[in-house]
Design a protein around this ligand. Structure first.
Ligand SMILES: [Zn+2]
Length: 260
């Protein structure tokens, strides 16, 4: 299983929202029914979120924050690093979209009906579409291409490794690049279509290796390394670039428009 760092994602059923101040930091404070823990989340735009029980005592919260100050500082710094060079796509011509690890400039093609990647361009037809409509079309394109390309890679690697998944499914709305369950179903995140082919290959090998070793033990990594000796490069690429593929998310954290 390959996870995108969890601190970037949050989903809670909010009851009361207010603001909590602590040593120069401002937290969006959510008091949640039946919640027992104290949790700090750092959102993509560096908003600090504090989740606690409805009646959590201020002294407890301060104690918790004191203990976790360094963690928060580290995460904020990490967010800064991750956000550097991050682009926000809204669907305007000239914007860059990453496809198979390369940047492609969005261009409108009046006479084309579909989306297509040609060289350094991402062409999109139907000039009547608004920006939001374009993003939806681009998103569909990535998902469609992934469903064509990934099964081919799985087929090749399955044969080599002698490990065949029972089922291959695609997900987009997930914080994982891929997963493999006990029933032998491998799920791949179609957003990987933005990643370099070798990174996609790494995720496929990673998940296939889980069919033999359902853990991240020594034997597991040995197997991954046998098929992709430089797999660490791609694991790092995926860690570094999860924001880059954000325009493919249903509810992009930096966009306020509604996604279908
Ligand atoms: Zn794994």
């Amino acid at each position: 299983m390959l996870e995108i760092p969890r601190f970037l994602f949050q989903q809670t059923e909010t009851q009361v929202s207010s603001v909590y101040y602590y040593k120069g930091w401002t937290f969006k404070h959510e008091r949640i029914p039946r919640y027992r823990r104290i949790k700090v989340t750092i959102e993509k735009n560096k908003t600090l979120r504090l989740s606690t029980a409805i009646k959590e005592k201020k002294s407890h919260i301060d104690q918790f924050l004191l203990k976790n100050e360094q963690w928060v500082r580290d995460r904020l710094e990490k967010s800064d690093r991750l956000l550097q060079g991050q682009q926000i796509q809204v669907g305007l011509p000239g914007e860059e979209f990453i496809f198979l690890g390369e940047k492609r400039k969005l261009a409108i093609q009046p006479f084309e009906e579909t989306v297509a990647v040609r060289g350094a361009q991402l062409l999109i037809g139907n000039p009547k579409l608004n920006c939001h409509g374009r993003l939806i079309k681009i998103r569909d394109y990535y998902s469609r291409e992934a469903k064509k390309v990934f099964p081919e890679i799985v087929k090749i690697r399955s044969k080599e490794m002698g490990l065949v998944p029972k089922r291959l499914i695609f997900r987009g709305n997930t914080s994982r690049w891929g997963s493999c369950n006990e029933q032998g179903t491998i799920s791949l995140n179609w957003k990987l279509m933005g990643a370099p082919l070798k990174a996609i290959d790494y995720v496929v090998v990673h998940e296939l290796a889980h069919l033999a070793h359902p853990n991240h033990g020594v034997k597991f990594w040995k197997m991954v390394g046998r098929y992709i000796p430089d797999y660490k490069i791609y694991a790092t690429w995926l860690r570094k670039h999860h924001y880059t593929l954000d325009f493919l998310t249903e509810i992009p954290a930096l966009h306020s428009s509604r996604w279908r």
